[in-house]
Ligand binder design. Sequence first.
Ligand SMILES: Nc1ccn([C@@H]2O[C@H](COP(=O)(O)O)[C@@H](O)[C@H]2O)c(=O)n1
Ligand SMILES: C[C@@]1(CO)OP(=O)(O)OP(=O)(O)OC[C@H]1O
Length: 172
Amino acid sequence: MSLEVRQTGGLKIKVGIGYDVHALVAERSLILGGVKIPHERGLLGHSDADVLVHAIMDALLGALALGDIGGHFPDHDPRYRGISSLSLLKHIMGLIESKGYRVGNLDSVIMAERPKLAPFIAKMRSNLSQAMNVKESCVSVKATTTERLGFVGREEGIGAQAIVSLKRLEDE
Ligand SMILES: Nc1ccn([C@@H]2O[C@H](COP(=O)(O)O)[C@@H](O)[C@H]2O)c(=O)n1
Ligand SMILES: C[C@@]1(CO)OP(=O)(O)OP(=O)(O)OC[C@H]1O
């Protein structure tokens, strides 16, 4: 999604949304927002399968109508096998900044029945704030269960949604 809002002062803001899901499997690490979380299973993927960071990258790309992460980092390319999604996020931020934008704010939600994520949210926000060059006060990460309903509730996978706003550097 790409939406441009022109405010009375002339400030141009763009917004984008992202959504991703990965399956929970044995013998994989659970990495969310760049934090390795102790759990008996982890997320399956070509990269480290950090579903939160993937949703955020798709939101950033969506704000400028630049496609999606599968187009930028194909899942058959051996360069991305096991790669840290935070490093991919830094690459996407380089692209966003090269187009003349910086992040205004991020809001996000992780859908996971287990484990309890609250103790790890502060570190996720810190990682994301550094990777996205934005103050932690502009980085929101939330967690919810789905009350045991659906694939999240059955603990078959974890999902994440993100929305970002981008500001034009020349407007600052
Ligand atoms: N994996 C999770 C899921 C939720 N939380 C926290 O618990 C609160 C209540 O969750 P509900 O799904 O019952 O609304 C939620 O607001 C989170 O703060 C969590 O830490 N880890
Ligand atoms: C992140 C990439 C990198 O190859 O691989 P996956 O970890 O499989 O994740 P997905 O959400 O399927 O997005 C595709 C790829 O961009």
